[in-house]
Structure formats: structure tokens, C-alpha cells
Design a protein around this ligand. Structure first.
Ligand code: 4UV
Length: 544
């Protein structure tokens, strides 16, 4: 790698191979090698051992797809909302939706009805798939949204199907369904396949339209930098990957679920992160391929139950989603005795997600490396002027994995795309002479709690709904275990009184637990620009 990584006009080129992107749909791509490993386990629950082989998953998800078209009237391009924890059935649901020509839109299963209703409305979902446990939340969300769409639940035990729901198991185990209807599905690589949510650089969560081609490009980019992990599936070998990072988020969905299905790995699911069970599962299932976010690595380094024996099978560990402290990384690395591949990767929901990654054998472990295949990067100042080596500015990227755009949101799209389709990441970085990139800070307002998105605008809207509150602003402040935590600044209406605890409780009822506000500060006014934008930088400088 030479300094030729930088072009004359200060664009950072990829040092990796130029790759061909297969002209396929996500469905065809994922199943393309199926005949090589039909009897291998595709997904298995780490706690119950319930799971599916590749062949079972293929057959069941196709029957489900046919029923989505015949019984639920799903047509090409229709959105199906998936509100599920990491259960072994998740990949079947996803492939069934794709097989039916639908678009998968994922919802965090711990969301409140308030959060779910907004996402269902935004995505114009035609059907919702969930667990019996979260059926109540979905019903409540549909009521708030004034929507009447079918709910499908997955049953993991012999309990009767909840009233008012259809049963996934019946729809997928239906051996009589006429699968010939699937021949009518017309999807091209340019169509949307997957639509997770992200708040992007500013504002409320938005539907991120990822095409079949976006995701397939990213899988090929992953393969090029040897995330294929490591070794191919053969008669005598199959990589086992831990799936505790949620499938509803791009990291779990793309890098773990879809990509690992395409290479025939064993996907070991864990529905809820539990430290001891997680560490136990690493050993029990001989996990050799592991994706983590910083809080997990922190735990793995610090927990007494996490020993060199626990980590003996690891061949490859990839960290992403939030900045990782050097000391946390070292503590974990010291516990691993065998040679293994540890790399940081950088990505976003909007980029399918992977955009930057170092090659195998990287020495500097705090860098996120280089633009992956077919990807360009540049660093710019506030006026979008290109900066050179070792100058800090915003990272812009361009490549085949960059989203089509935010759903029905031309304003947000015009903010994140430049005229020549560079995508603005909202992250502050610098690149060295070789083009190797280090993330230094987040420019955008997004807060990341344990790697999960917490959009300040969403919390501010909830705060302003409180009867005693007239204005509010939320920023992220450093937190020792979560990375960041939301801190709120609240202006009360004149003559009104409210306790911080009472306001915190009010917010807690409307949002998922990880978004809850850590600290509230009462202020007389919120600093704003002439255009009315909250000056978060000022708040950060003053209070963080
Ligand atoms: O949109 P999002 O929630 O997306 C993600 C995706 C993470 C990854 C990372 C590597 C992979 O290989 C992969 O499959 C998925 O988190 O949030 C995007 C923002 O998260 C921060 C950064 O602020 C992004 O704009 N972020 C992501 N990766 C890193 C990071 C990282 N390695 N270091 C620091 N910040």
C-alpha cells in the first residue's frame, strides 16, 4: 500500500480488488450455493437447540412465501414489518418475504407501541410478523396508527395461537400450498429488498432503502477482505457464528444473517444478551466467527467467566458500531491465547453497512482501515472542500453499497447526498498518508448507547409532549459502560413545576429502555442558531 491511495484531487482509493457485483436478487444470491450444504445447520437457538438445516429453511421459507402471496396478498414491493428478537426462525421469515417479492422492514422487538406505530405508518407495512409476547404491543401500535393489517406470530411452544393472529408455523409447514405463484415474482437488483431505520445525521428515524444490489455488493466486498471467514463450508467444516447482535439492525442483518447464510455458516442465535449464557455459548457451540460491539468486548475482557478457554475456538473477531477504547480491546486480546484475526470495521445502516476495514494482519488495531472494494472515501471541511492526509474532517463515501435513499424524504436525502452522489457520514475522521482512516468523533447529533441508535430529536419530541415542558434538547455524554448516555436539557413552561424523576418516567413509558434519559438539567432556554437549530455543540462544551 503506497501513498498512491490518495488521488491528486484528494480522494482515497481502495487498496482492495476491483470486484464484479453479481446481477442477482438477494433471494437468489443467498440460496445460490444451497446444494453444497443442504444438511448443515443454518440457524440454531443457543438456549433451546431449536433450529433448521439449510434445506429445511429453504423449503419452509418458500411455503411461507407462497402463503404471503396467496393468503396475505403480498405483492412485489410490499413492505412486511418484522418485529422479532434473534430467534432461529428470523432468517426464514426474511427469506420468505424476499421470496414473495416483499421488502423486509425490521422493528426493534423491545420498542414501545408509540415507537412501533410510527415505524409501521412510515413503512406502509402490509403485514407484521412478531412473537406472541409482543403481540399486545403490536395491537396497541396498530390502534394508535389506526391501521388494520394482519399479524403473524411465531410459536416456539405448544401454546395456542393468540386470538387475532395467524401462525407462522402453519403458514410455513403448509405442504399443500401451491408454490407456483412464486414464479410471478418480479424483482430486479435495483429494487428495494431491506429497509431498516436510521435517524442519519439529524432528526427522526427514517426508512433506509437498501436495494438487492446494495447488499449483494457489500457481501462481495466482505468476501474480498476475507470476512468469508475464514474457511469455506465443506463436508467436514462449518464456521459457527454467534448471532446476538440483533437482526433488526443492519450489523446483525447484513454481516451476520444474510452474509452468513450465503456462505453456509451455522448461525447460533441468542434472543437476549445475558453475559454468562453468552460466554457459555461461545464455548458450547465452538464459535469461531464473532461480531461484537464495544460493550460486548468490554465484558469479554472483564468478566471472570470469560477465560482463554472460553475464547479458544475464536478465529475471527470483528468490532464495529461504536468507538472502542484501546484498554478494553487490550484486556480482551490478552485473554485469547491462540492466533486469531481481530479487526475493527466501520459501517452505517445507510451503507449496507460495511465501508471501511483494514486487511487481515493489520498492526494498528484502533484504525478502521481503508475503503472496501469499489469504494472511494474523502475527508472534507465544513464547506465540503477536500482535505489531505492527517487533516481532520467529515468522512464522505461513494460506492455500490450506499443506499438508494431515505424513504419519501427528499429533504433528508438532499442533506446527506452531495450533487455527485457522495454520501455524508456525519463522522469526523482523519486519514494517514496511506489512506488508512481513524474515526475521531461524531459530527452528527446521533447518540449511540451500547452501539444502538438513540436519535436526540425523538427524545426531544417526547419531552416536549410533557405538559410542563415548553422546550428541550438532548445530547450524548460519555458513559463508562454504554459508550454514551442521553442527557436532557429542559425548559419548563412559566409557572409550571416538574421533578426530573417524573419527566424521566414520562419518557420511559414512551421509549425502549436503552433510550431512557440518564440525567435532566433544567435550564432557562435552549441555545439555538438564527435558523432555530439547537446548538448541541454549545451544550456539549458547557455540560459534558
Ligand atoms: O447506522 P448505524 O447504527 O450502523 C452501525 C453499523 C455498524 C457496523 C460496523 C461494522 C460492520 O462490519 C458492520 O457490519 C456493521 O452501527 O450507526 C452508524 C454510526 O455508528 C458509528 C459511526 O458514528 C457511524 O456513523 N460507528 C460504526 N462503526 C464504528 C463507529 C466504528 N468501528 N468505530 C466508531 N464508530
Amino acid at each position: 500500500r503506497s501513498s498512491s491511495a490518495w488521488t491528486q484531487d484528494k480522494i482515497i482509493k481502495t487498496p482492495y480488488n476491483n470486484i464484479e457485483i453479481p446481477n442477482a436478487t438477494l433471494y437468489d444470491y443467498v440460496w445460490q450455493n444451497l446444494e453444497k450444504w443442504p444438511e448443515k445447520t443454518m440457524s440454531v437457538c443457543s438456549e433451546t437447540g431449536r433450529g433448521y438445516t439449510y434445506e429445511q429453511a429453504f423449503n419452509l421459507s418458500n411455503a411461507f412465501a407462497a402463503n404471503l402471496r396467496l393468503k396475505l396478498k403480498i405483492r412485489d414491493g410490499d413492505t412486511v414489518a418484522v418485529m422479532l428478537p434473534n430467534v432461529p426462525d428470523f432468517p426464514l421469515v426474511a427469506m420468505g418475504i424476499l421470496g414473495a417479492g416483499g421488502v423486509i422492514s425490521t422493528v426493534n422487538p423491545i420498542y414501545t407501541a408509540h415507537e412501533v406505530h410510527r415505524q409501521l405508518l412510515l413503512s406502509a407495512a402490509k403485514v407484521v410478523i412478531t412473537m406472541p409476547e409482543t403481540m399486545g404491543v403490536v395491537k396497541e401500535a396498530l390502534k394508535i396508527a389506526k391501521l388494520d393489517i394482519p399479524i403473524i406470530v411465531i410459536k416456539t411452544n405448544g401454546d395456542p395461537t393468540p386470538e387475532g393472529a395467524l401462525c407462522f408455523n402453519e403458514l410455513s409447514e403448509d405442504t399443500h400450498v401451491d408454490k407456483s405463484c412464486l414464479k410471478d415474482v418480479r424483482r430486479t437488483p435495483k429494487d428495494i429488498s431491506f429497509m431498516p431505520y436510521s435517524s442519519g445525521t439529524t432528526g427522526m428515524p427514517k426508512g433506509v432503502e437498501l436495494s438487492h444490489r446494495n447488499l449483494i455488493a457489500n457481501f462481495e466486498q466482505m468476501n474480498d477482505i476475507n470476512i468469508k471467514n475464514h474457511s469455506d463450508t465443506t463436508a467436514t467444516h462449518q464456521d459457527a457464528v454467534m448471532a446476538v447482535l440483533p437482526f433488526f439492525h443492519i450489523y446483525g442483518a447484513s454481516a451476520i444473517m444474510f452474509h452468513k447464510m450465503s456462505v453456509g455458516a451455522k448461525i447460533v442465535t441468542m434472543a437476549k444478551f445475558h453475559p454468562e449464557k453468552y460466554l457459555e455459548a461461545l464455548k458450547k457451540f465452538k464459535i469461531d466467527v464473532l461480531y461484537v460491539a464495544p460493550p460486548m468486548l468490554l465484558l469479554m475482557g472483564a468478566h471472570p467467566a470469560g477465560t482463554s478457554e472460553t475464547y479458544q475456538y475464536l478465529k475471527s473477531v470483528i468490532n464495529g458500531a461504536a468507538p472502542l477504547a484501546d484498554s478494553d480491546m487490550r484486556r480482551f486480546l490478552n485473554k485469547v491465547k491462540q492466533e486469531f484475526d481481530f479487526r475493527q470495521a466501520y459501517g452505517l445502516t445507510e451503507t449496507s453497512p460495511l465501508v471501511l476495514m483494514p486487511p487481515v494482519g493489520v498492526n494498528n488495531l484502533s484504525t478502521v482501515g481503508y475503503p472496501v472494494s469499489n469504494t472511494e472515501a474523502k475527508v472534507v471541511d465544513e464547506n465540503l472542500n477536500n482535505l489531505g492526509p492527517n487533516e481532520t474532517g467529515e468522512l464522505l463515501v461513494r460506492g455500490p453499497q450506499v443506499m438508494i435513499g431515505y424513504r419519501e424524504n427528499p429533504t433528508a436525502n438532499s442533506e446527506v447526498f452531495t450533487e455527485d452522489r457522495w454520501f455524508r457520514t456525519g463522522d469526523l475522521v482523519f486519514a494517514d498518508d496511506q489512506g488508512q482512516i481513524t474515526i475521531t468523533d461524531r459530527l452528527k447529533e446521533l447518540i449511540k448507547v451500547k452501539g444502538f441508535q438513540v436519535p436526540p430529536a425523538e427524545l426531544e419530541a417526547v419531552l416536549r409532549d410533557h405538559p410542563a415542558v415548553i422546550d428541550a434538547a438532548v445530547i450524548g455524554v460519555p458513559h463508562p459502560t454504554k459508550g454514551e448516555a442521553p442527557k436532557a436539557f429542559v425548559v419548563l413552561k412559566s409557572g409550571q413545576k416538574a421533578e426530573a424523576n417524573e419527566i424521566k418516567e414520562f419518557v420511559k413509558e414512551k421509549v425502549a429502555p436503552f433510550k431512557k434519559i440518564d440525567e435532566i438539567v433544567f435550564v432557562n432556554s435552549i441555545p439555538k442558531s438564527a435558523a432555530g437549530k439547537i446548538l448541541r455543540k454549545d451544550l456539549k462544551a458547557q455540560y459534558s
